[in-house]
Design a protein. Structure first.
Lengths: 792, 433, 225
């Protein structure tokens, strides 16, 4: 099957233009343009605090007052829509405007503590900057300033110094309009007005950090960054977030070799100006628990080795196992690193047994990815979501699993897009998207997709409709096939939204058995020869039949059919069956681990080769759209190497030539481009009826026990509590706690009643107190026993 | 000019508040007549009458009604009964004495603007007004004057009496709407105007209590009758509430155009044979006048020409015992207390000005500050989000115009030293201090 | 603290009064205040839950309006208008006398929980200055002496009539009336007093009236004078 571009979305919309004059300069702007935006285009900076281009105008701070001919009073430029022939005078050409702005600035500073020397915002503060440009040199106010206890925690992460606040309401409007988490509000009234929360409900929003960033004064700060640095001492580097496949553009700020903070960076096409708190605050893992030098196992113990020694041992061990090596690439690899693994496996190790999916997988999913996703260009974009008549979510909880997709869907829903989730839980996230639930027991998504209501089906048949499937679709038999069929039948575009940042890139880089770069089927000789040419090898040197992937790969290793494993950036606990993964690594005769952190794999490895984290190398993530998100190296003098460079060193030791630098790999992959030939057949799934009895629904919450969130206690404290969510009917008789039992054991969790299908229990997949793979030995869709839990 | 009791005509009947009492004097006759007319004809009638809003701004009522677009959305009538302006005390008495006039006006107005839902937003601090209006609504509902198919006309109406909870800003119509929707009572950005997108983003007419109470009388007695009162630009009668240092403070209903001197005469003159020091035609938000202005007709246009406003038409009169510094300070304390906090000029400006005036009151300040305060008022007026800011910026410059010396003196001599506070008490002599 | 079923029922009744439930937030907060004597975080959360907003959103509303108290008010709320028209005409002295009598200042409750004293803003009763309120019912034209006497009588549990309204009940009862204003007390007391009739009285004395309806008019003789 093929996915076609939705017709009708590229039609050029005629824009009505009007003519206006700002400070004597004539210009034409689209009808509906605000004065402040038009002035920006002319380079005229009108002061502003409450104004934010992505928030509805409020005209509250009055800092942007300008004069308009024919209007008796100065008008707020942030809310004033331009009309045909309007003559606008900003502070540049109007004394009225200048005095109005100066007066407002004087008022704004009245109760402001002017504690810039100890304020984190000092040096990058809109209040400070605009006070310098438009304010009076000295205050005439001699009274007492308003005082507040300082600071207060609006959450464990976000602190508020109320006396600095200018009541612009950016934070509260963000919380309500963008995040849909109105847990901070303006409280009290008049001069006592202040931002705050309800008595027992902190601002635990996944997006809370954005309020810190858009606060135009130093009122909101993060526990993570407060008093850590002055902005003018920081070096800023544009980067891409490594935490998920949303693909956020970030700015990483560092000082003396240490990252001090990360900010959301503007990218109108992707994250607009937002990011999630994990992307913003979870970066201390980069410096903790690092593997600092190569290690080799000697007499059962790992010891420090030189690079040359370690490379030699690794090369020798892998060469001895040639043809019987498996390659596991973590889903967090950059595309270039994944590509290096893909090439290394085929050209150095002579194996096609490679997989990047450190999670539940299925052969059906492999076929789905190979046939439908790999190597395809961007065919559903963030912007497409905004214009879609309907977005159908399958095995996908955007707020937890791709938070920027969530924000964009919420924005879309505010302008009319219908969101329908095929699942067992009508989550708060779904409600924030004004979405509706198409009920499906976990594991029965295939049947649910076939029994969609007529209205949703009709919407899916409209131009621009989108189906988004999450990575959990792999765990639901027949669901991927049903989704592909539904897309084909309705003409809706189909998008796969993996959770990890590197998965889409790894897929396109060929880090999956049977699939060469660009979505090329390994079994296709033409595809093989294209790749062989790019790699400078004979086609015959490449494996011609598909290797092992997913469970098969692990089981083969466990059986001893694979005698060596090359493992890069893998957490064994992330596999659906951690015990199997662990047994596989243990059973493999020789294990080479490329890692930045000590892990369960490094503990079992024969050679550990340290590699860099994202700040220490350049690379690219493909976001869920398939959009390349390249980023540069933050620390140019980093002592670590990329995985690709290390692989190149091993290759060299085995007399195989392989590029070592990121740029070459990126160019090579780019030259290969996407496959234009025939694709492998699409998935053929089963009925997808699901298990009987009480079944488990589960996914990973955004903030959970993930290893890349380590070292950020303030962030962890804003995570959602670990609870078991059930319907009122299912909760009956359970009491306050429920014990959930699977093949490996049980967990006891507090019961929360929510909009969940009866006889379904939802728990977080990997949160403190509940790690379903390891604790229960189950995956979503499995049947479990539940019983009243007593006190935990 | 004579007093002309219309709305207040039968207030001495203790039963007037009840349906039976109200009907004794022709109550709900206008409704019966209105329901037989085309709604647009009623809008035309009120337009022709020239009735202007009695809440303070004086906007032509019929014109306001005609702005409501006739599209498919539901329409709403909201009665602003949040009377909270210092000095204003005429809507509450109307609701206490003659609540059915309001209810009848609500039904007729709703019919005219095609609203099926009307809300009467009454400030929460006056439970007696709330229960009397609620009682009138209940009686009207029980009598089939509210509900479905009212008097066989096919017109349906539900009326809800809503209690506020203490916020002057809710007298601002868009803040009132936010409050009625269950939000903080902060004013909304305009456009859209309430006539297009008001309550629940639907077309909404917001009228003052007294304005609505005029409707039954105009419908019943006609435009020509109504226009006998007042002037061309300010037709009609007005419920004036005279307060302050007068012998008989109270409610006086008279045609627009009556002078303060005449009202003062009816109220028995300044107490103790004293003289007027300053007076305000209609609430603390309008600039004060002095004894030199007692002969100006109390109309929208004449008050504007005199540099003030008719406002709520509730004159406060103060005699020579009154410290203008303290009077203005109290008003500013009020505006500071009631500033909603949304916009900077009002929130911060009232904080600054009030603090300075409080120092003046205690004899601390500089003459330069006397002038700085004028500038600060200028930094609020016309720059705040809503009219509350403009109102807050009004009393001081207006007072300074006539009493600059008193403010300058206050920078060194406290107001209480300048004026014995007890002398201004209305029970002076009644208690020994 | 969980709210009772009866409270929830009343909250839902209020929500049903409006086209959109959130409109009922203010009467709901009045109701919770009538039940708890103050607006507590639990009360706010209960209202928020019924109308479907966050607790922060309801807190924002509760903290905006001055009639919602976030500390226990006690049995009676005593307000003294201190705005220009009342305070400077004697309300200041009334307030001072009450401070002395009650031993508390602005926005504070007496230790025995009997009274809460508050300097309040204009009560729209300037014609009746100085104005005091007991549980928001009018006590017009007070003096320091009469104000203290009112408090004394309340303290003794004696019946006290509002000058323009019913007999004083207590703070919670008034708050309940604000949520459910059809409290059956509309006919109690004499809300129309001499000051409200001042103009009518003068007009009658001087033989003044509004002009009659011009002919041709309704055949009814509904107008007088």
């Amino acid at each position: 099957m093929t996915i076609t571009n939705n017709p009708g979305t590229d039609v050029e919309v005629a824009v009505d233009m009007i003519n206006v004059v700002i400070d004597g300069v004539e210009m034409a702007v689209p009808k509906g343009t605000l004065v402040i935006r038009a002035a920006e285009q002319l380079g005229i900076e009108i002061p502003r605090f409450c104004d934010h281009p992505l928030l509805d105008p409020v005209a509250a701070c009055r800092a942007c007052l300008i004069e308009i001919d024919g209007m008796p009073k100065p008008q707020p430029a942030c809310a004033q829509v331009l009309g045909e022939g309007m003559q606008v005078h900003t502070q540049q050409s109007s004394e009225v405007a200048r005095l109005a702005q100066e007066g407002v600035m004087e008022f704004l500073l009245l109760n402001h503590p002017l504690d810039c020397p100890v304020c984190d915002k000092g040096g990058e503060c809109p209040l400070q900057n605009q006070a310098m440009s438009i304010g009076r040199p000295e205050s005439r106010f001699v009274g007492e300033k308003r005082e507040f206890e300082k600071p207060i925690n609006v959450s464990a992460q976000v602190l508020l110094d109320r006396e600095r606040c200018v009541s612009c309401a950016r934070c509260t409007r963000f919380a309500e309009q963008i995040a849909g988490d109105p847990m901070i509000e303006l409280l009290e009234r008049g001069a006592k007005q202040q931002v705050g929360t309800a008595a027992d409900e902190p601002f635990d929003s996944y997006f809370s950090g954005n309020t810190v960033q858009i606060c135009p004064v130093g009122a909101l700060t993060s526990a993570s960054y407060r008093f850590r640095s002055r902005p003018f001492d920081l070096v800023s580097v544009p980067t891409t977030c490594e935490h998920c496949a949303s693909g956020c553009s970030l700015r990483t700020d560092y000082r003396r070799g240490v990252v001090t903070r990360r900010l959301a960076w503007d990218d109108t096409n992707v994250n607009e100006e937002w990011n999630c708190d994990k992307g913003r605050f979870a970066f201390r893992y980069q410096t903790q628990g690092r593997v600092e030098s190569p290690l080799i196992r000697e007499d059962g113990e790992l010891r420090v080795a030189s690079w040359s020694e370690a490379i030699e041992v690794a090369a020798r061990g892998l060469a001895e196992a040639a043809g019987r090596v498996g390659v596991l690439v973590g889903g967090r690899s950059t595309m270039e690193d994944a590509y290096a693994y893909a090439r290394f496996a085929r050209t150095v190790l002579g194996t096609d047994s490679i997989d990047f999916r450190v999670r539940a997988t299925s052969a059906e999913e492999t076929a789905f990815l190979a046939s439908t996703v790999a190597g395809s260009p961007v065919h559903v974009s963030y912007d497409d979501l905004e214009t879609a008549p309907v977005v159908l979510l399958v095995a996908f909880e955007p707020e937890d699993e791709s938070p920027i997709v969530f924000l964009r869907l919420r924005k879309a829903a505010r302008s009319g897009t219908r969101v329908v989730s095929v699942g067992a839980v009508a989550t708060k996230g779904l409600k924030k998207m004004s979405g509706s639930l198409h009920a499906s027991r976990p594991g029965a998504e295939a049947d649910a997709l076939r029994s969609l209501d007529d209205q949703t089906r009709a919407l899916l048949a409209q131009p621009g409709a989108v189906i988004m499937v999450g990575e959990r679709i792999a765990g639901s038999a027949g669901a991927a096939s049903a989704a592909v069929a539904l897309a084909r039948e309705t003409g809706a575009a189909l998008a796969w939204v993996p959770r990890r940042a590197g998965e889409r890139g790894a897929l396109d880089a060929g880090a999956l058995a049977g699939l060469l770069p660009g979505g090329r089927p390994l079994t296709d000789v033409a595809a093989r020869s294209e790749v062989a040419a790019a790699w400078g090898v004979d086609t015959a040197q490449l494996p011609a039949s598909a290797g092992l992937s997913g469970l098969e790969l692990l089981e083969a290793a466990k059986r001893g059919d694979l005698t060596a494993l090359l493992v890069g950036g893998v957490e064994l606990a992330d596999f659906a069956d951690p015990a199997l993964a662990s047994a596989a690594v243990e059973a493999a005769g020789f294990v080479v681990s490329l890692e930045n952190h000590h892990s369960a794999v490094t503990a079992l490895a024969d050679v550990v080769l340290p590699v860099g984290v994202v700040t220490e190398k350049a690379g690219t993530f493909l976001d869920w759209e398939g959009r390349p998100r390249p980023f540069g190296q933050v620390f140019r003098d980093a002592l670590t190497s990329s995985d690709a460079r290390v692989l190149s060193m091993i290759a060299t030791a085995l007399d195989v030539d392989m590029p070592a630098d990121i740029t070459s790999l990126r160019l090579e992959l780019g030259r290969l481009g996407p496959w234009s030939g025939a694709r492998v057949a699409g998935p053929e799934g089963g009925s997808g009826a699901g298990a009987s009895g009480v079944v488990l629904a589960s996914w990973r919450q955004l903030l959970d026990s993930g290893v890349m969130q380590e070292g950020e206690p303030h962030l962890a404290a804003t995570a959602r509590p670990t609870v078991a969510l059930v319907s009122a009917a299912t909760a009956a008789g359970l009491g306050d706690f429920v014990t959930i039992t699977g093949p490996l054991g049980s967990v006891t969790l507090p019961v929360a009643v929510g909009d969940v299908l009866d006889d379904v229990v939802w728990v977080p997949m990997n949160s403190p107190g509940c790690h379903i793979h390891a604790d229960l030995g189950v995956v979503p869709g499995a049947s479990v026993q539940i019983s009243a839990g007593g006190a935990a | 000019m004579s007093l002309t009791p219309v709305i207040t005509e039968h207030w001495d009947d203790p039963e007037l508040f009840s349906l039976a009492g109200y009907q004794r004097y022709g109550g709900y006759r206008a409704l019966a007549s209105a329901l037989k007319q085309d709604p647009d004809a009623l809008i035309g009638l009120i337009k022709d009458s020239g009735l202007r809003g009695r809440g303070g701004a004086g906007f032509p009522t019929g014109l306001k009604w005609s702005f409501v677009p006739q599209d498919g959305k539901p329409h709403y009538l909201v009665v602003n009964a949040d009377e909270s302006e210092p000095g204003a005390c005429k809507d509450i008495p109307i609701m206490l004495a003659n609540p059915h006039a309001l209810v009848e006006g609500v039904i007729i107005t709703s019919y005219a603007i095609r609203a099926k839902h009307a809300f009467i937003y009454i400030r929460g601090e006056v439970p007696e007004a709330i229960r009397r209006v609620a009682n009138a609504v209940r009686e009207a509902r029980e009598a089939g004057l509210i509900g479905t198919n009212i008097q066989g006309s096919g017109f349906d109406l539900d009326v809800v009496v809503h209690a506020g909870a203490g916020a002057y800003i809710c007298g601002e119509e868009t803040a009132l709407l936010d409050s009625l929707e269950g939000f903080r009572g902060q004013p909304r950005l305009k456009p859209p105007f309430p006539a297009v997108a008001g309550l629940y983003a639907s077309p909404t007419v917001i009228n003052n209590v007294e304005t609505i109470c005029n409707i039954p009388y105009i419908v019943d007695r006609g435009v020509d009758w109504f226009r006998q009162f007042g002037t061309e630009k300010s037709p009609g009668f007005k419920v004036f509430a005279v307060s302050g240092h007068v012998v008989r403070p109270g409610i006086y209903e008279a045609p627009l155009g009556i002078t303060m001197r005449e009202l003062l005469d009816y109220a028995g003159g300044v107490r103790n044979g004293g003289s007027v020091k300053f007076w305000l035609p209609g609430g603390s938000s309008v600039p004060m006048l002095t004894a030199d202005h007692l002969d100006i007709p109390m109309t929208y246009e004449d008050m504007a020409a005199a540099g003030t406003m008719l406002g709520t038409g509730t004159p406060m009169v103060f005699d020579q015992t009154m410290s203008v510094v303290k009077a203005v300070t109290r008003w500013l304390e009020f505006y500071k207390h009631e500033s909603c906090g949304k916009c900077t000029p009002c929130r911060e400006g009232t904080y600054w000005i009030t603090g300075t005036l409080e120092r003046f009151e205690h004899g601390h300040g500089t003459e330069a500050e006397v002038d700085t305060l004028v500038e600060l008022c200028g930094q609020i007026a016309g720059r705040s989000f809503c009219a509350l800011g403009d109102a807050a910026a009004t009393p001081y410059p207006a007072a300074l115009k006539y009493f600059r010396d008193e403010f300058v003196a206050a920078t060194t001599t406290s107001a209480d030293e300048q004026f014995d506070p007890a002398a201004a008490y209305v029970f002076a002599g009644a208690v020994a201090r | 603290m969980a709210i009772s079923d009866s409270t929830r029922e009343q909250l839902q009744q209020l929500a049903a009064r409006y086209p959109r439930p959130r409109s009922a937030l203010m009467p709901m907060l009045h109701l919770m205040q009538s039940l708890e004597g103050e607006v507590t975080p639990d009360g706010i959360a209960a209202c928020a839950d019924v109308v479907g907003v966050s607790a922060a959103e309801a807190t924002a509303v509760a903290s905006f309006y001055t009639m919602y108290k976030r500390r226990p008010v006690g049995e009676h709320h005593i307000g003294v208008c201190v705005n220009t028209g009342c305070g400077l005409l004697g309300g200041d002295a009334v307030y001072e006398a009450l401070c002395e009598r009650l031993g508390v200042g602005h926005d504070a409750a007496t230790e025995d929980g009997k009274f809460w004293l508050e300097r309040i803003e204009c009560q729209a009763a300037c014609t009746h200055a100085p104005v005091m309120t007991v549980d928001w019912e009018y006590m017009d034209d007070v003096t320091p002496t009469s104000a203290v006497e009112i408090v004394d009588r309340l303290a003794r549990g004696e019946r006290v009539e509002s000058t323009r309204g019913p007999a004083i009940r207590d703070f919670r009862a008034t708050e309940h009336s604000l949520a459910f204003p059809e409290d059956g007390l509309a006919a109690e007391g004499t809300p129309v007093d001499a000051k409200m009739l001042a103009g009518l009285t003068v007009a009658r004395e001087r033989g003044m009236s509004a002009p009659g309806i011009p002919a041709p008019a309704s055949t009814d003789d509904g107008q007088e004078g």
